[in-house]
Ligand binder design. Structure first.
Ligand SMILES: [Zn+2]
Length: 80
């Protein structure tokens, strides 16, 4: 009974290592595409943080990381 468990464990470890090696090869190929999918990154006009365009808030020509920063920037300086 012990030997069966040992064999099962060895086979299990072997399969896990094989799966990990395979997924590692796939991951390195996937990475560049992932960044592409996220699209453009914009800079918050208030705090300078970079956020994906689809998450950014727009106020006029300027982009912001959050609604709070859009309102804060709008109330602090009204030029442009
Ligand atoms: Zn911000």
């Amino acid at each position: 009974m012990r030997i069966l468990l040992l064999i099962a464990a060895i086979v299990g470890v072997f399969m896990i290592v094989r799966t990990l090696l395979r997924s590692q090869g796939n991951k390195s190929a996937e990475k560049p595409e992932r960044i592409k999918e996220q699209g453009a990154v914009v800079r918050c006009a208030h705090c300078g943080v970079h956020v994906p365009q689809f998450e950014a808030y727009r106020s006029g020509k300027r982009m912001y990381c959050s609604r709070d920063h859009a309102l804060a920037d709008h109330s602090s300086k009204n030029d442009d």
